[in-house]
Design a protein around this ligand. Structure first.
Ligand code: PEP
Ligand code: MG
Length: 750
């Protein structure tokens, strides 16, 4: 195809642009011209905002026009985002199947197979992306790509000149709508942290704002000391009710979660000072606010996270007291069914919200393998992490469709989007029902047995794990009951929780992973200094060895709970044999001391370790002689192999499970451990991801520990794999030296 005419037309547009009043109109003309010339059904232009770091669809020929301005992508997100990030064209023939492709509901994109994205850039300065799409499944020819690159470079110059106009538009819009009342529907793409979906209304969590607005409020009505006492009692009853509700559901984790609220409420100083002020003539709401503010100011200065968390507790409590005394229901946010938008949430807050039945969560920071995400999954709360601070400005009660299956957030969704979404969910439910026909035994297509174990975070996960017929627990994250509480659970409290787990598994193996706190799993009552690098700080097994009393109580509780059962104890984050020896000797000491007591216990637990640190790889042969079993924690293993923070969404694209070093190291580990006749499994997120199952089986893994909700899907995938194919596939993957080549080979499998 001769593209000269197109290029001439485009340069003509330079003049056209100068006369044009609207940048959007100008871009629209370009898309029409390019699509007609290149004979593509679709041509779209996305522009990049350097400050917000997002790409937005600005013009399109072929896609639904209503999506203009609403589809946004982060740099590196989807094929379009990758093209701009890596400043290279992306040309593929089967876009709908591509793992990096992002399909947006309501655009009509699902009909197009050929896909060409060409970055619009000046040097390394990113300006936008031009995307061409065709229904037919063919890659674009080299000359098409060249022509588009030429168009893109012309456009770069023109748009560069137009930038100030575009920015003036957006500034004007900002001023007109300081708190962004969404006038139209908008789509934001995020990452799925906990699967599910919810159609509800937004509630931006900004407690400070609620409290500050109360501080400025004038209470014209006068209240009495009797009203105050009544409000205190009413608040106490509400908190106790909430406590009961959450405990019923989460007996292991939620114990005394509202305890500090109740304690403050019963504190004579706190309430007494309010009563004194009231006696001297201050209107009770004013007295409540003044005293609360005084305490909050004192606590706010503290460095300690625990104390800072208390500030929030006082804030919560005060808001509740004012709401009760004034009978103003509007003050205390009603969480029920709401999609909460927040910068960050404490695990304990998440539990509190669960007790109030929230619909879903949107976080504007964090990572999908962070522990808040893991906790949200266990609590079955849909959660999406979207790196978009404008979300915090969304007006409350804005209708929102949170699709935590794809990561899409639709603000003010149109009815057709809701309909399409509901139709998809109905189909999914049908598939899920089929999938729930899980078998008790998992076989490959060539009849090799694979053992599927469950990852358990809270006791509430057990019922699903049993429903999907797991063959035991491959990872019980014991830290969750520790994280959400206000103090360390005692040995007896731990025993009760652990015993419930062990007995409900009826003789199946249960792997207790010892306390893995620190990193993003802070104990607010313990971690009183803020570490520069918590992920590599006083965490995990280091914490346990440093705090032997806590460790000993936990080991004793585990040993006692495992009496007569198939008990396995596993240490997290082991970095050296010395550390493994030290941890193991504590287990042996606990066994010794329990022999002298009357309690029943398990004197022969298997003692194993997680493989999460690169330092283990080099010594794996020696480790294999020491530990009884191993489990690869890929979440941390990848984080530390690649030096990428798993909780930081901004570096998520560097977090590559398919990196050749990760794959080769895993193969070495599995082979060495098996050569010593020891058992090895994978319990990180990689084993719950369909994409990696063939590789895992190919390197010899026969035991996988997965999230119970993923087990049916994983079983189905395994049923379709033959071990000999998997071996050849794994060999091919590990022979690659570039991550992009591994990704390409993996994409071919889909
Ligand atoms: C892991 O690191 O892969 C793992 C299973 O442990 P956690 O996710 O609890 O850190
Ligand atoms: Mg880990």
């Amino acid at each position: 195809m001769d593209h000269t005419k197109l290029l001439c037309d485009i340069s003509e547009l330079n003049h056209l642009f100068r006369d044009s009043v609207s940048v959007e109109n100008f871009l629209q003309q370009i898309t029409e011209m390019v699509s007609s010339h290149m004979q593509t059904e679709v041509c779209s232009i996305y522009l990049y905002d350097n400050d917000e770091e997002i790409l937005t669809l600005k013009a399109t020929k072929g896609l639904n026009h209503e999506m203009i301005g609403k589809i946004t992508l982060a740099l590196g997100e989807g094929l379009t985002g990758i093209s701009l990030k890596e400043l290279r064209p992306i040309n593929i023939s089967n876009a709908t199947q591509h793992p990096d492709n992002k399909l947006f509901l309501g655009t009509g994109e699902q009909d197009y197979e050929s896909f060409l994205a060409v970055p619009i850039a000046r040097g390394v300065e990113r300006i936008g992306v031009m995307v061409l799409q065709r229904q037919q499944s063919h890659t674009f020819s080299d000359s098409d790509v060249l022509a588009c690159k030429a168009v893109a470079s012309q456009l770069a110059n023109i748009i560069e000149n137009a930038r100030f106009i575009i920015s003036m538009h957006s500034e004007h819009e900002e001023k007109a709508h300081p708190t962004v009342k969404e006038s139209q529907s908008r789509l934001i793409h995020g990452k799925v942290a906990s699967e599910g979906y919810c159609l509800g209304e937004t509630l931006v969590l900004d407690k400070e704002k609620t409290f500050n607005s109360l501080l400025q409020r004038r209470f014209t009505r006068l209240y009495t000391i009797k009203d105050f006492k009544k409000a205190v009692k009413q608040t106490e009853n509400q908190l106790e009710e909430m406590q009961e509700e959450v405990e019923e559901k989460l007996s292991d984790a939620a114990s005394l979660i509202f305890a500090s609220h109740l304690l403050i409420l019963k504190d004579h100083e706190f309430i007494g000072q309010m009563e004194n002020m009231i006696a001297l003539g201050t209107n009770p709401p004013q007295a409540i606010l003044q005293i609360a503010k005084k305490y909050m100011d004192i606590f706010d200065k503290a460095q300690n996270i625990f104390v800072r968390e208390k500030v929030q507790d006082i804030e919560d409590l005060t808001v509740r007291l004012i709401s009760n005394i004034t009978s103003d229901q509007e003050i205390v946010p009603n969480y029920r069914g709401k999609v909460i938008i927040a910068r960050d949430i404490f695990p304990s807050e998440l539990l509190k919200m669960t007790s109030e039945k929230i619909g879903g969560i949107i976080l504007v920071s964090g990572g999908v393998t962070s522990h808040l995400s893991i906790l949200a999954s266990s609590l079955a709360i849909p959660m999406v992490i979207a790196n978009d601070l404008t979300l915090l400005k969304v007006a409350n009660k804005t209708k929102v469709l949170l699709d935590a299956e794809t990561g899409n957030i639709y603000l003010k969704p149109k009815q057709d989007v809701i309909d399409e979404f509901q139709r998809r969910n109905k189909q999914k439910e049908k598939i899920l029902q089929l999938e729930h026909n899980v078998k008790g035994e998992t076989l490959t297509s060539d009849s090799q047995k694979i053992t599927l174990l469950a990852n358990i975070n809270l006791l509430g996960d057990i019922s699903l794990a049993k429903k999907v017929k797991c063959e035991g627990v491959g990872l019980y994250r014991t830290e969750f009951p520790f994280i959400v509480r206000n103090n360390f659970p005692s040995e007896q409290e731990q025993y009760v929780t652990y015993r419930k787990l062990v007995t409900s598994m009826k003789g199946q193996p249960v792997i207790f992973r010892t306390l893995d706190v620190g990193g993003d799993k802070m104990l607010s009552y313990y971690h009183n200094t803020i570490e520069q690098n918590p992920a590599i700080g006083m965490r995990s097994i280091r914490f346990s060895l440093e705090n032997k009393d806590v460790f000993i109580q936990q080991i004793r509780a585990i040993l006692r709970a495992g009496e007569g059962e198939n008990l396995k104890i596993m240490f997290p984050m082991i970095s050296s044999i010395d550390e493994f020896d030290a941890a193991k000797s504590i287990v042996l000491e606990c066994i010794d001391s329990l022999h002298n007591e009357s309690e029943g216990f398990n004197s022969k637990p298997a003692i194993g370790m997680m493989i999460e640190l690169p330092s283990v790889v080099e010594l794996i042969d020696d480790f294999a002689k020491e530990a009884d079993f191993f489990s690869i924690g890929t979440n941390d293993f990848i984080q530390f192999m690649l030096g990428v923070d798993r909780t930081n969404e901004k570096v998520a694209s560097f977090y590559m499970p398919y990196h050749p070093s990760v794959l080769r190291a895993m193969k070495t580990i599995v082979e060495s451990v098996q050569a010593h006749g020891k058992e090895i499994s994978v319990c990180g997120s990689m084993s719950s991801d369909e994409k990696y199952i063939k590789f895992l089986l190919g390197i010899g893994l026969r035991v996988l520990s997965v999230n119970p909700s993923h087990l049916p899907r994983i079983q189905k995938v395994i049923n379709s794999i033959a071990i000999s194919d998997a071996q050849a596939y794994a060999t091919e993957l590990v022979s690659q030296k570039r991550a992009c080549d591994v990704a390409r080979l993996m994409a071919l499998q889909d």
